[in-house]
Design a protein around this ligand. Structure first.
Ligand code: G6P
Length: 367
């Protein structure tokens, strides 16, 4: 079947725009009918006895896992280790007795991720496969397959699969928290209420496309770009830089904002856009001082923040885009849309092949 772009110029645009409905569908599939509790196949595991969750993935799925690490550690108080599959499989790390290893993969066919799954299985781990393609090898070979319900993703640069992974992993965190007695039924409902705000907030962010497009056009004129974030925004900075590299071929780096003084600040001059992912959360003051370090070296800070954050930095930053206010745990979904649009519109400005970027494959099934 030929997949349909609808009214969009590219599959990537269609897939960015359909995220609110994808997230609503994924959430619906991961919760009970009365919408009071998470309901998924991973409930069969006794999470009270699990000492550690190891998550293995490649590319965008790896960054989604980094967002999930924060969710699972913060909400469920379960230690999480994240690994790149191509490193994990050859390092042959010891894995804790009774541990769970989860492989996250849109296609379910990535060669390194599959090899990592087989290694974890051989090491006696309980294995989970969080996948989009439910007929895939990883789904078949994992002890428990967990679908993200994103629907077919055609654009090589992953968008809706990223946010669907984050959503499902967030729901998983809530279920683990309940099983481990970290939250009660009311706490679980509160978390689910929070997640149910995501589709609306993402739609509001998508409505800001013209503003993000204007920024992206300016960014596309630079040679390099730096993405900065802290906490949950750090993996979003990594994902933003990856998206920009993948489809514009610009050089971009994502960095933990607190680390720039240990190197990347040396790159900053008046031509480098520094995209700061800056919701007004508990880490905002720290990020604000990082933005000021950049501004003090004549760097061009493009701030993506909420109204409070943008108000605090107005008059100082080069550009700003104001996203809706959101709970810190929900903010990653909104900032994901923003960095996707930056890459997409920068690529349009450059005239690159958005859906089929050079040298990249949708799924890397050979090493
Ligand atoms: C390829 C794709 C990326 C994807 C990565 C992992 O590099 O171009 O978009 O993130 O593989 O793919 P997976 O299917 O395992 O999520």
């Amino acid at each position: 079947i030929l997949a349909d772009k609808g009214q969009h110029r590219h599959f990537m645009a269609k897939e960015i725009h359909e995220q609110p409905s994808v997230i609503a569908r994924a959430l619906g599939a991961w919760i009970s009918e009365d919408r009071t509790r998470v309901s998924c196949a991973a409930e069969a595991i006794d999470w009270r006895a699990v000492p550690r969750l190891t998550i293995v993935a490649c590319g965008t799925a790896h960054y989604a896992s980094h967002v999930a690490k924060v969710w699972i550690e913060r909400v469920a108080r379960l230690p999480v280790e994240i690994e790149i599959a191509s490193e994990f499989r050859y390092r042959e790390p010891p894995l804790p007795r009774g541990g769970v290893t989860m492989v996250v993969s849109q296609s379910g066919e990535t060669a390194d991720s599959l090899a990592a799954l087989r290694y974890a299985k051989a090491m006696g781990q309980t294995t989970l496969g969080l996948v989009n393609v439910t007929t895939s090898t990883i789904a078949r070979e994992a002890d428990v397959a967990l679908p993200i319900h994103a629907g077919p993703e055609i654009g090589v640069a992953s968008t809706k699969a990223f946010t669907a992974m984050v959503l499902c992993l967030s729901a998983l965190a809530v279920m683990i928290a309940r099983q481990r007695g970290v939250i009660d039924a009311a706490g679980e409902r509160a978390r689910l209420d929070l997640l149910s705000t995501v589709p609306r907030l993402m739609a509001e962010t998508i409505a800001l496309e013209p503003q993000i497009e204007a920024l992206a056009r300016e960014i596309s004129e630079a040679g390099d770009a730096l993405f900065l974030g802290r906490g949950l925004m750090y993996p979003l900075a990594l994902e933003g830089a990856l998206k920009l590299k993948e489809i514009t071929y610009m050089h971009a780096e994502g960095y933990a904002a607190g680390e720039i003084k240990h190197g990347p600040i040396a790159l900053v001059d008046e031509t480098t856009p520094v995209i700061a992912l800056a919701p007004h959360d508990a880490l905002f003051d720290k990020l604000a001082s990082n933005m000021r370090e950049v501004i003090g070296r004549k760097g061009r800070v493009a701030m993506i923040g909420d109204a409070d954050a943008c108000a605090e930095m107005s008059g100082e930053v080069w550009r700003s885009v104001t996203l809706p206010r959101a709970d810190p745990l929900v903010a990653p979904f909104l900032y994901a849309v923003a960095v996707q649009f930056i890459a997409y519109h920068a690529a349009l400005a450059k005239g690159t092949d958005v859906d089929q970027p050079r040298n990249l494959a949708k799924s890397v099934t050979v090493e």
